[in-house]
Design a protein around this ligand. Structure first.
Ligand code: WAQ
Ligand code: MG
Length: 265
């Protein structure tokens, strides 16, 4: 078991706007390789070559908490209306009100893009201290061997790409916390039209056609309950979490099977 772990984070900008970012938790022997990989990613990003790349390399004072990834599956949603219905089926069944879900969709689809996530109670009341920025989840990663397993399982489904992997890692950290009941996520990439809903009970459920192609909005809402919001924020921002086991990765599943628990292993 290595003694020293590092959180490595990269942010790249062009003309003053953010174009790409990446982060992970690594052993010391991997740090130099990762710096090279992150830098190369920033220099060749599809949104253009970065003009400014910021790298943070931080030795962790705390041993990362080991957790499994959430189970993953996809519902065959065909348009945003159908996505909203499926999102409600999932989120309402874990105790989130319809009002809160409507509120989250409205805020994400009309609002300006936030850097972090909204925190909402089950009634839809916003609880994050900075309503413009939201709360950023950081200090999460995946071990080398879990990453290989994940690549293999996602590869069989044609889903082995960084967007899915990074979102699954983030959601797996978030939903490990007992105060988090559910999450709604829509990418801010105008060409990435698959979003997801995550809950501990049903895992990470991918929802194609959550928005129309070309839509520049996106965002995340974490639905939370019971407990001290500041404790949760501290966990999301600073507790190092490392995925070391991969949950089941399934293809298309019906919403009925998910709700009846047939998709759980
Ligand atoms: N912490 C909290 N919120 C974040 C973070 C973070 N680290 N990163 C992004 N957000 C918020 C922010 O408001 C973004 O606008 C929004 O989430 C979407 O971020 O399996 O790519 O990075 O195919 O655009 C879903 C993949 C991809 C579904 C989600 O999100 C699938 C994605 P993006
Ligand atoms: Mg994005």
């Amino acid at each position: 078991m290595p003694r020293h772990y590092y959180s490595i984070r990269m942010r790249a900008a062009k003309d003053g706007t953010h174009i790409s970012g990446a982060e992970g938790i690594y052993e010391r022997r991997d740090v130099l390789d990762i710096i090279r990989r992150y830098t190369s990613r920033a220099l060749t990003h599809e949104k253009g070559r970065a003009e400014e790349i910021r790298l943070t390399i931080e030795e962790l004072k705390e041993r990362p908490k080991r957790i499994p990834s959430l189970p993953l599956c996809t519902v065959n949603t065909r348009n945003p209306q159908m996505v909203k219905k499926v999102a409600k089926d999932l989120l309402m069944s874990v105790g989130i009100t319809e009002r809160a879900i409507d509120e989250a969709f409205t805020a994400i689809t009309m609002g300006i893009v936030m850097r972090g996530a909204m925190l909402m109670n089950i009634e839809g009341v916003r609880l994050e201290p900075d309503l413009l920025r939201g709360v950023r989840v950081t200090r999460m990663g995946i071990t080398r061997s879990a990453s290989l397993t994940l690549a293999r399982r996602l590869g069989r489904l044609g889903l082995n790409n960084t967007t899915v992997k990074e979102a699954l890692i983030l959601a797996s950290k978030v939903h490990r916390h007992p105060m988090v009941l559910g999450e709604l996520c829509i990418s801010d990439d105008p060409n990435y039209t698959t979003g997801y809903v995550a809950t501990r009970r049903y895992g990470y459920v991918r929802l194609p056609h959550i928005k129309g192609r070309g839509s520049p909005y996106g965002g995340r809402a974490f639905f939370i309950t019971g407990g001290e919001v500041n404790t949760l924020i501290k966990y999301l921002q600073t507790t190092p979490v490392l995925i070391n086991r991969i949950g089941p990765c399934r293809g298309v599943v019906s919403i009925k099977d998910i709700l009846e628990g047939k998709s759980r292993h």
